[in-house]
Each structure stands twice: as C-alpha cells, then as structure tokens.
Write a protein that binds this ligand. Sequence first.
Ligand code: UDX
Length: 445
Amino acid sequence: EFVPRRVTVVGCGYLGAVHAAAMAEIGHDVVGFDVDEAKVALLNTGHTPFYEPGLDDLLERTLATGRLRFTTSYQEAADNGDVIFLCVGTPQRKDSNAADLVYVRSAVENLAPLLTEPALVLGKSTVPVGTAEWVRDTLRELAPAGDAVRLAWNPEFLREGFAVKDTLSPDRLVVGVDDPADAAELATVYGPILEQGMPWVVVDLATAQLVKNAANAFLATKISFINAMAELCEATGADVVALADAIGHDARIGRRFLQAGVGFGGGCLPKDLRGFMARAEELGVDQALAFLSEVDSINLRRRKRAVDVATELLDGDVTGKRIAVLGAAFKPDSDDIRDSPALDVAGTLHEMGADVRVHDPKALDNARRTRPGPQYCDDVREALAGADVVLHLTEWREYRELDPAEIGALVAGKKLLEGRNALDVDRWVAAGWDVKALGRPRVGG
Ligand code: UDX
C-alpha cells in the first residue's frame, strides 16, 4: 500500500520543477528548493520560467492540494527531506568540455550539515561517472546523521516537450545502489508510477551514472548516423528519408531518431556528449569514445550545410537578401534555444549580411536575449512577407499546417529549405515552390 513521504527536490530547473510537481501529484508531501528567489516565487504561483506543455496545469493542481511548496531555505528543504532528489544542473564548463559540478557540490555541501535524521538521497542530475561516489562519501562525512543518510543514483530520461508524461509514465525507471534495501525503499516512493508496469532496473552506482551517459550518446549517434547518410545521399542524388524508412523497417534498427536535418541541439545531448568524452579521457579510455567526437562534428556540419544550401538557393550571395526562418527553439513544443541549430543558422546568415527574419511560436523572447541581430517576428506572416527564401528549421506543428499556396503569395521568391524533413514537400511543389530538403534531391521550381 502507498505511504506518502516527505520529499524534497533540490534544484527547480527543468528537471526539478517537473519532478517536484510529479511527486506531489502521486501523493507525496513535497518541498521544492532552489537558490533563485525569483524562480521560487514564480513556481509558488503555479507558473514556470520556461514553456512545457501541461506543466502549468500540473503545478496549479498540485499546489492547490497543499502537498507542494517551493522554498529558498536549505533548512526547510532538509527538514522535509526523508527522501531528497538532487536535480541541479550540470552545464558544460566554460573552459573545457567537462561538466561543471559546482551546483552539485554546493547543494551537497549546504544540505549535508542539516541532515540530522535518516534520509534517502537520490541523484537525478546527469553527471560524470564517479560523482555519485563523491556525493555518497561527502554526505556521510558532513551529515550529523552519518551513515543513516544513504545515496542512490536515479537517472532521468525526460524529453522537453514531453516532460510531464515522461516523468509520470517513463519507459523505465533505473536506480543504482550500494544496498538493495535503498532500491526497495525507492520503489515504494515511486509506487503509483511503477504500478503501470514499466521495467524497474536496479544496478550499481557506477552503472546507473553510465546508463544516462550511454543513452544520450546512443541517441546522438543515431541522429548523426542518419545525417552522415544525408551527406552521402546529397553526393549521389539519393533520398535520405526513403533510406531511413527502408532501414527503419528492420526492427533491430528502428525508425525513431532517424530524422535527418539540421541536427541535434538543446541543453542535454550536445553537452552530455562532450562531458562524456572528457570523463573518458580522465579515466584513460578516451579511445573508446573517440567516435563521439565524429558524432559531434557531423552534427555541427549540418548547420554549415543549411547555410550553404540557403546560399545556393539565393544563387550564391545572401547579402541584403531577405530570409524567413521558421523556428528558433532547438525542437518543437519548447522555448529552449540552448545550442539550437535553427538559431545558429539564423545568426550566421545575419552575420553574412542577410536580412534575417525569425519566427517561433514560443522561443522568441529567449532568442532575442541570446542572439541579437536577426529581426524577430511574433507573427509568422510578418517573417514570411517579401522573403527571397524560407528556411524551415524547427518542426512546429503550425508550420506543417501552413498553406503553401497562401504563403506563396506573401513571399518574393518561392524557395524553401526544408531543414527538418517534416513538411509535406509534394504539397509545396504542387503550389509552385522550389524545394531543397536536407539529404534529398532539389525538386520543383
Ligand atoms: C534528450 C533525450 O531524448 C532525453 O532522453 C534526455 O533526458 C535529454 O536529452 P531533449 O533534449 O529534450 O531530450 O530532446 P530530444 O527530443 O531528444 O531531441 C534532441 C535534439 O535532437 C533536438 O534538437 C531534435 O530536433 C534532434 N533530433 C531528434 C533530430 O535531429 N533527429 C531525430 O531523429 C531526433
């Protein structure tokens, strides 16, 4: 039978805010902690500092039950912490490819001295393997409760845009422990979620940390593999979408994550890939992950390729040409522009002298702040008006629903770079557009 627990979530960024609300949703008494007062104030009113479908509703509902509150007090966090999830960020260091562990260290060192009662601490942040062992030893050393403070590692696989669903019904739950009793305790915390029947995977601490690194590295590799095939397709006149369909029918390969285009971005895949390589180097096994550096290079080449194709479509010179860019976020259903291929391409074309007009349904504020230069348009038609070429770089649903005939009347040149292979190209060609999709032959015009 489900027993509600006192749960603390440390770090209320993307991962922590969703996790805190999800834990309250399944019945726990939850305190979300963050050092950022503005963020905590916003969360306490049921709002998030970022866009995530369904999260505001979930927050509002769980706040209303009285089972959820947010605080900037370490003391309050510790006092509520029978079960403590560490959800702080691990960004890429400014001076190297390694992960910056400053937030992990600060959370552990501030919290540990306040832990006077037994507690189960669960690391959720993506970390270089070996970090969990440091967290465990530091907790033991600094916590007044000593050995009664236990540490397990419980990596998180949520995707932006699906964060609520991925947290409340994940594909699997993974936990790394020193002691099987800690896994059993965590299973009761996740009781209502585990009831849905997903795999419950118990491993050791090191494996749990590596599972997350490996999953992200594999996903990035899959995307770069198909983007490498896109280069081959373009050199031979072949079609990467047809190729992906054909190889994807093999169940061992699978069609998912074989979407060729401008490549991956976001706050996870790029920096986790680099952090993983940096850690392998420290461990003396850099050769094992040398191929990931190619995965990174292939990915970054896609952005250059998009700029080159846009230039080709403009007959070799972008200076003074008007370019409409559809999409700024690194993926649809998100306002996240971290390492976004779309924004990178838009910014580069602006620097090359083009008159770039960018639209995005949610990410414009972030884009304006981060990459000044291009003009940012709240209305997609404003971005399209008078454009010499249109670049589709983030596959929002509203772009698929555009009518190519109607749009054709707004632009100066009916030329489209399809950078995501998500639009119905035949419709655009039927409406008289000249279309070059990445990895596919140029058609129409
Ligand atoms: C990713 C992982 O999926 C998730 O499990 C992990 O916890 C965090 O990192 P996220 O960054 O939210 O999640 O986005 P995801 O949907 O994985 O997409 C990552 C990037 O890859 C996006 O820029 C997307 O556009 C791109 N992508 C994805 C492709 O270019 N092709 C594909 O086939 C799939």
